[in-house]
Design a protein around this ligand. Structure first.
Ligand SMILES: [Zn+2]
Length: 74
Protein backbone atom coordinates (compact mmCIF):
# COMPACT_ATOMS: atom_id res chain seq x y z
CA UNK A 1 0.00 0.00 0.00
CA UNK A 2 1.24 3.45 -0.84
CA UNK A 3 0.12 6.18 1.49
CA UNK A 4 -0.78 9.45 -0.13
CA UNK A 5 -0.41 11.70 2.86
CA UNK A 6 3.34 11.65 3.41
CA UNK A 7 5.88 13.66 1.45
CA UNK A 8 9.08 11.63 1.06
CA UNK A 9 12.15 13.29 2.53
CA UNK A 10 15.80 12.73 1.65
CA UNK A 11 17.43 10.17 3.90
CA UNK A 12 19.52 7.02 4.12
CA UNK A 13 18.46 3.42 4.21
CA UNK A 14 19.97 -0.06 4.17
CA UNK A 15 19.46 -2.30 1.14
CA UNK A 16 20.23 -6.02 1.01
CA UNK A 17 20.69 -7.74 -2.34
CA UNK A 18 21.22 -11.41 -3.11
CA UNK A 19 22.94 -12.21 -6.41
CA UNK A 20 23.84 -15.83 -6.98
CA UNK A 21 25.76 -16.89 -3.87
CA UNK A 22 26.52 -13.32 -2.91
CA UNK A 23 24.63 -11.47 -0.21
CA UNK A 24 25.52 -7.82 -0.17
CA UNK A 25 24.33 -5.29 2.37
CA UNK A 26 24.61 -1.66 1.35
CA UNK A 27 24.51 0.82 4.18
CA UNK A 28 23.70 4.50 3.99
CA UNK A 29 22.02 4.28 0.58
CA UNK A 30 20.57 7.59 -0.57
CA UNK A 31 16.80 7.32 -0.60
CA UNK A 32 13.60 9.24 -0.12
CA UNK A 33 11.70 8.11 2.93
CA UNK A 34 8.09 8.84 3.80
CA UNK A 35 7.96 10.24 7.34
CA UNK A 36 4.39 9.07 7.65
CA UNK A 37 4.59 5.35 6.84
CA UNK A 38 8.31 4.74 6.46
CA UNK A 39 8.04 3.68 2.81
CA UNK A 40 11.42 4.00 1.10
CA UNK A 41 11.90 5.12 -2.48
CA UNK A 42 15.13 4.56 -4.40
CA UNK A 43 16.02 6.46 -7.54
CA UNK A 44 16.47 4.32 -10.65
CA UNK A 45 20.13 5.33 -10.90
CA UNK A 46 20.73 4.18 -7.33
CA UNK A 47 19.01 0.86 -8.00
CA UNK A 48 21.12 0.34 -11.12
CA UNK A 49 24.26 1.06 -9.16
CA UNK A 50 23.32 -1.36 -6.39
CA UNK A 51 22.64 -4.18 -8.83
CA UNK A 52 25.83 -3.48 -10.73
CA UNK A 53 27.88 -3.55 -7.52
CA UNK A 54 26.15 -6.74 -6.39
CA UNK A 55 26.82 -8.38 -9.75
CA UNK A 56 30.48 -7.45 -9.52
CA UNK A 57 30.69 -8.86 -6.00
CA UNK A 58 29.04 -12.11 -7.11
CA UNK A 59 31.50 -12.45 -10.01
CA UNK A 60 34.39 -11.79 -7.60
CA UNK A 61 33.25 -14.69 -5.45
CA UNK A 62 32.07 -12.59 -2.53
CA UNK A 63 29.62 -14.47 -0.33
CA UNK A 64 28.67 -11.92 2.29
CA UNK A 65 29.68 -8.30 2.35
CA UNK A 66 28.56 -5.17 4.14
CA UNK A 67 29.61 -1.94 2.51
CA UNK A 68 28.97 1.75 2.58
CA UNK A 69 27.16 2.93 -0.50
CA UNK A 70 28.84 5.68 -2.49
CA UNK A 71 27.72 7.16 -5.72
CA UNK A 72 30.34 6.47 -8.35
CA UNK A 73 28.85 8.91 -10.82
CA UNK A 74 29.13 12.66 -10.49
ZN1 LIG B 1 3.82 7.24 3.34
Amino acid sequence: MICKSGTPEAGKTTVTLARGKALIVFRRVSARICPNCGETYLDDGVVDELYHAADQAAKAGVEVDVREFHHVWA
